[in-house]
Write a protein that binds this ligand. Structure first.
Ligand code: SD4
Length: 306
């Protein structure tokens, strides 16, 4: 597999992010640099309302970001509930490399970012603010499942649709055969202020074990956390399952824990193993992921339980 790099990422917009990661990989760069550079693409895109700049706010109108990153040495870093910084992923990397900690939250994460030269910016775009104000009129968020459900039915389940936007999770293998991953999101729209999803939680939203493989998730974070989803996928690959089989089994685990409710939310996993094999699986239809390697540049619709 050496000298045969690959990058995969969640949703259609992963394709653009993959392009940037691919440049790093083909230039001989580390998978870690590739995934950071890759996910910075949707973070900086104001049209993408689920990541970074332009992300949908919480119910108080505050855009709060979650991000995590993990490298081939099992070093990891994360930020949660971070405000005012476009590239949450780079702050997560800084936590990993320049702090004695794995995760920083809220005000502390912001202070750390500012002290390290990041610029404070307003992340709430006019479009996201307008939508939030519209939402405020009814303020219906009674269980989170409904928002997620509505969100996916109206926005994400449009095969091939341009509006197919969500959290970006990306995993890659470089020319040396090393794996890394990154995950970044503005989280669930209109969540309670302070709500933390799966994306910044190592093992839930992202996991990398350089001996085995890497996985990341998207969708209803609460449900992914409950099964420590990405870690589960990697451990299933360790036991010999293919990436797709491992993702499928993790999705089925989530469904089993929610005999009724699971029909009303979406989760999806993607995974990559040390042989460069990849796969994805989702609970509901409409989950896509983007692949770039020496042979192909593709968007696939993942198989799903429903
Ligand atoms: C989260 N998995 O915060 C993330 C992003 C999300 O629809 O909400 N996706 O739960």
């Amino acid at each position: 597999v050496k000298d045969n790099p690959i990058v995969i990422s969640t949703w259609d917009f992963g394709k653009e992010a993959n392009k940037v990661a691919w440049k790093v990989l083909t230039g001989g760069g580390r998978a870690l640099d590739a995934v950071e550079a890759g996910v910075m693409v949707p973070e900086a895109d104001p049209e993408n309302q689920t990541v970074g700049l332009g992300g949908r706010p919480d119910r108080d109108g505050r855009v709060t970001l979650d991000a995590s990153i993990m490298d081939e040495n099992s070093k990891c870093g994360a930020v949660t509930c971070l405000e005012h910084i476009v590239h949450a992923i780079s702050v997560a990397r800084l936590v990993m490399e320049k702090s004695p900690h794995v995760m920083l939250a809220g005000e502390g994460a912001l202070r750390f970012a500012l002290a390290n030269g990041f610029k404070k910016e307003n992340l709430l775009t006019e479009k996201s603010e307008q939508e939030w104000k519209e939402w405020l009129k009814e303020s219906k968020y009674s269980p989170a499942v409904n928002t997620e459900n509505q969100y996916h039915k109206t926005i994400n389940c449009l095969p091939g649709g341009k509006l197919n936007h969500d959290t970006i999770g990306m995993v890659a293998m470089d020319k040396s055969g090393n794996l890394s991953g990154a995950c970044t999101t503005s989280g669930l729209a209109y969540k309670m202020h302070g709500r933390v999803g799966d994306s910044p939680i190592i093992g839930a939203g992202l996991y990398v074990d350089n001996e085995v493989g890497a996985a990341t998730s998207t969708g209803m974070g609460e449900e992914v956390i409950r099964v420590v989803g990405s870690h589960l996928v990697v451990e299933l690959m360790r036991q010999g399952l293919s990436p797709e089989e491992a993702c499928k089994m993790a999705v089925e685990r989530v469904a089993r824990k929610n005999p009724e409710a699971h029909k009303n939310f979406q989760i999806g996993f993607i995974a990559l193993n040390k042989k460069g094999e990849y796969g994805g699986y989702a609970l509901q239809k409409g989950f896509s992921f983007a692949v770039r390697n020496g042979n192909e540049e593709m968007i696939y619709y993942a198989k799903s339980m429903y």
